[in-house]
Ligand binder design. Sequence first.
Ligand code: HPA
Ligand code: ZN
Length: 366
Amino acid sequence: LPSCMGSLKHPVPAASLDPAADRAKVGPMTATAEFIRGLPKAELHLHIEGSLEPEQMFEFGRRNRIDLAFGSVEEVRAAYAFSNLQDFLDIYYQGAGVLRTERDFHDLAMAYFRRVTADGCRHVELFFDPQTHTDRGLPFGVAADGLLAGMAEAKATLGVSSSLVLCFLRHLDEDAAFATLRAAEPWLDRIQGVGLDSSEVGHPPSKFARLFSAARERGLKLVAHAGEEGPPAYVWEALDVLRVDRIDHGNRALEDPALVRRLVADGMTLTVCPLSNLKLCVVDDLKAHPLKRMLDLGLKATLNSDDPAYFGGYLGRNWTETAQALNLPRADLVTLAKNSFTGSFLPPVAVAGHLADIDAYVSSNS
Ligand code: HPA
Ligand code: ZN
């Protein structure tokens, strides 16, 4: 199958692990890129396994003595031409196979936090996929403890706050998800919420109705991927059956005006991921991305990277490329930044602090 145009026109660029070197390569920043970098913002849709750069794949593979199916970093990058979500997921689960120790997860998280703080990110709610790791024989705590250690170090050394969202793989059955929730029990005081990811079509939210109700009883926040490839009916189910606090993606909600009215009335946050949408052929040109339309309809959209190592950009690049492609006015950029905090699971006092920082930044830069 040929790739969609989005993948052909937007190959994943080679990114070094040094954000400063990366920026130097693209030359001086435009005024908009400079404004965006200084704007306080949060990332609410980031799969930490999707931040595994090809270089790290080889590094972790080497230290864990795992033979990779690829001969070089360039070969890995060349394989990142996807026609749809499943194409990507196949290679993403394969890549995650090099993650074996707490140290791997710690290092993965720290590398991500270094990059995203260079983009002006102040807070992250990061997804991880425990079943991808427990199904390979790793105890639940290897990923959870490694990530929590990285998150604590990032807070201490980079000043970025974060919380952890446990995502269930929707292509597996609800019993497997329940087993994962039981395995997570000792960590639930350090887990903010649960999510639903992996292959969407054929795996509607209603498949996990009992699971999400059990998670809600445990006081966890609830999110679900819906309307990335799946129909508007899946977004309705996420709202009415799972009773989620946020929708991840939500693009296809725009096909249903009654659903749009409902999302607006609820003030429901959508975690939108433009470069992901481009690479997975959800849109075929960034200029055709619905983000601007979402904002104009009154939807509470946010900008996020999803799986930055696979989709050609971390948070900053999602912001700058989308701002440029859609010609977003500053007012929209400020709205997106504010939405990223008011749509977060931070306590109100922390949200208020970030909103005040945004206001101060905007008044000193206008
Ligand atoms: N969609 C569904 N599952 C995922 C994604 C995504 O964009 N990224 C990682 N797992
Ligand atoms: Zn996602």
